[in-house]
Ligand binder design. Structure first.
Ligand code: NAD
Length: 261
């Protein structure tokens, strides 16, 4: 129970990485406020936590709307008496619309940046003073391996995640005076609804699996990293952008090398 007595907000907690993170944070004793536009998914996460004996509630949240992000952070304070952990995780990948810069509609760019990057800024902006008033805490922003190694052909997504990584590094300096650590995680490829286009094609799935040591990732293993960053065990870390990607960005092993391995 490393987070006993703490209050956490998880955006995008209605699915995938965010749901696993919300459940893992609650298991460690945190009261969790799930913020998501998908209220049905968010309710399922809340039910899973409450059913397991934890504390959780849902706030219908559009992270591209600054006022809704402020309302989410205030709801945590009003409901549970403070705010100590933020997992700013909500994001979109607009496969089929996001593309090469020359071809992408500017409206697609605007939408991806407003959710994936501005959404993280808004949540951190409104969380920081409330975390300071609660005695300090830890922010975990979800970046991506694409912040380090873009796939190409998804220029808006890659730019948004690069922005999250550098916002995290820069923000860590000033957040320290609020008693808040700020780190980011960069997962590799995790089987969630966002990446279903990969998993639905067996040959694509196999190719992505081969790029990771020991295959594809699960939301639960990423949630373990979030719990570590939220807890006091990571007290030395701030301004870190942690690649937790089973080596996806660390090495590239061509098939000719792999067959001798
Ligand atoms: N799945 C992967 O392989 C992978 C890898 C690296 C990073 N990520 C990042 O992890 C995060 C979670 O992705 P996931 O794979 O769990 O996807 P997912 O689609 O399963 O979950 C995303 C959640 O965010 C919510 N959301 C989307 N837009 C929102 C908005 N405007 N306001 C509020 N909530 C919104 C969705 O409703 C959903 O519940 C994203 O930031 C994504 O970019 C995912």
């Amino acid at each position: 129970m490393r987070l006993q007595g703490k209050v956490a907000v998880v955006t995008g907690g209605g699915s995938g990485l965010g749901r696993a993170s919300a459940i893992a944070l609650a298991r460690e004793g945190a009261a969790v406020v799930v913020g998501d536009v998908d209220t049905a998914g968010g309710e399922q996460t809340v039910e899973a936590i409450v059913g397991g004996g934890g504390q959780a509630s849902l706030v219908d949240t559009e992270v591209a709307d600054a006022a809704r992000c402020e309302a989410l952070m205030q709801a945590a304070v009003d409901t549970y008496g403070g705010l100590h952990v933020l997992h700013a995780n909500a994001g979109v990948s607009l496969v089929g619309q996001d593309g090469p810069t020359a071809d992408m509609e500017p409206a697609v760019w605007d939408r991806v940046i407003s959710i994936n990057l501005s959404g993280v800024f808004y949540c951190c902006h409104y969380a920081l003073p409330r975390m300071a008033a609660s005695g300090g805490g830890s922010i975990v922003n979800t970046a991506s391996s694409m912040a380090h190694l873009p796939l190409g052909n998804m220029d808006a997504y890659a730019a948004s995640k690069g922005g999250v990584a550098n916002l995290t590094r820069s923000m860590a300096a000033s957040a320290a005076k609020h008693g808040v650590r700020v780190n980011a995680i960069s997962p590799g490829y995790v089987e969630t609804s966002m990446t279903s286009v990969i998993w639905e094609m067996p040959e694509v799935r196999d190719a992505f699996a081969l790029g990771h040591a020991d295959g594809l990732q699960t939301p639960e293993e990423i949630a373990d990293v979030v719990v570590f960053l939220a807890s006091n065990e990571s007290r030395s870390l701030t301004g870190a952008v942690l690649t937790c990607d089973r080596g996806w960005t660390a090495f590239k092993m061509p098939d000719i090398v792999r067959q001798f391995g």
